[in-house]
Design a protein around this ligand. Structure first.
Ligand code: OGA
Ligand code: MN
Length: 200
């Protein structure tokens, strides 16, 4: 196991309690500003490489209209984030025996008018995704810009989570959720903590 450390401001007891009780947790002001700026710069420098997320194996789905770029070693600033998530996964494994073995992640860009309709990240528990982690990268977000994450928590309550800059939302990948239509460009990294080795 690697030894990457977690930001000292993260309140793990609170995060784990929220995940346990509600199936989701928020980490606000997740990273120092200099790291956030480096991450935003890396994301925006690669925007022309993002591809339409709705097209998979040549098949177009109507469920989402965002654009994505999978992370790899050519995106070193973002890879630090996935290493931090791996360190978090190590703690989650200790607390909840989730058996997380790896992190997969992509940048996502929703341009004005784009959305991701109601879905689960791990339907029927088939793909090994245990925890979804979304970190928001745009410089600001105003209340009337839409683009909220709407999530049904473990108690069945619907939660509306604004994509605040420097906020990370963690949630169980089996929970139903959607990204409401965004009126501005909305940038994020979506990551999944997985319990199985990636098969593709
Ligand atoms: C996803 C997703 C939520 C968000 O990428 O699967 O649901 O707030 N993202 O971006
Ligand atoms: Mn999702």
């Amino acid at each position: 196991m690697q030894t990457h450390s977690l930001p000292p401001s993260w309140n793990l007891a609170q995060i784990f309690n929220d995940l346990d009780q509600s199936g989701y947790a928020l980490i606000d002001d997740a990273y120092p500003q200099d790291y956030v700026q480096a991450l935003v710069a890396e994301c925006t420098a690669h925007l022309n490489e993002f591809r339409n997320a709705a097209i998979q194996n040549g098949v177009v789905s109507q469920i989402r209209s965002d654009h994505i770029l999978w992370l790899d070693s050519s995106l070193p600033v973002a890879e630090q984030h996935t290493q931090t998530l791996m360190a978090l996964a190590e703690q989650l494994n200790r607390a909840f025996f989730l058996g997380i073995k790896e992190v997969e992640a992509h940048f996502a860009c929703y341009n004005a008018g784009e959305f991701y309709a109601l879905h689960r990240d791990n339907p029927q528990g088939k793909n090994g995704r245990m925890i979804s982690c979304v970190f928001y990268l745009h410089e600001q977000w105003q209340a009337d810009w839409g683009g909220e994450l709407r999530l049904q928590d473990k108690q069945g309550e619907w939660q509306i989570i604004a994509p605040q800059p420097n906020r990370m939302t963690l949630f169980q990948s089996d929970l139903l959720h959607e990204v409401l239509l965004s009126k501005q460009q909305r940038l994020s990294i979506t990551a999944w903590l997985r319990s199985d080795p990636q098969l593709w």
